[in-house]
Design a protein around this ligand. Sequence first.
Ligand code: PRP
Ligand code: URA
Length: 209
Amino acid sequence: MSQLHVIDHPMVQHKLTIMRRKETGSKDFRQLLKEIALLMGYEVTRDIALEDIEIETPICKMTAKQVSGRKLAIVPILRAGIGMVEGLLDLIPVARVGHIGLYRNEQTHKPVVYFCKLPADINDRLVILTDPMLATGGSACDAIAMLKERGCTNIRLMCLVAAPDGIAKVQSEHPDVNIYVAAVDERLNENAYIVPGLGDAGDRIFGTK
Ligand code: PRP
Ligand code: URA
């Protein structure tokens, strides 16, 4: 069973509350999402491997730490996942970025794929898949399946707000994928929106409604 990490750091929770408020405009919403992504990135990368290297400071030689092992890729689910990329790149500037385009059909709520462009060596990378909203889990599960079809074996899912349904679906279809969220909300409404949630993340980031 995959692990669920709820990142309850006070700064993350405070920023999320501002994002949830309906009066928060796109500019602030985007900025806060970027800041939260960076903070969540600390937890998502907490256990990545380090190795010893020999360096020289202005004072003397020493054995210091550097990140070793698998290279990283950040893969946002379009559109809303894009809002988490910049914050993660501030933390991991050498990461490659792939994109998976999915939208939910408004009637069926099922995801429809319209774009996929990934680094050629994606199968060799630790993938951080980003999407602020994990509602039914359909989009995340399809995106994870697309990554696995391309040989990815180490995928972490980073979301902002999740519904219990979405978490359960990812855990049952992809038990190897650990999930990182800032909040687990109550439920989905009849339109498969998260309650209380924060509304439509893509529209709030890009000001499209
Ligand atoms: C939203 C959100 C997720 C998806 C979550 O995207 O960003 O990708 O819905 O819902 P699910 O868990 O039920 O699949 P949307 O389809 O609205 O597209 P957008 O990001 O382009 O607005
Ligand atoms: N997508 C969103 O943007 N918000 C939700 O609450 C559910 C799906």
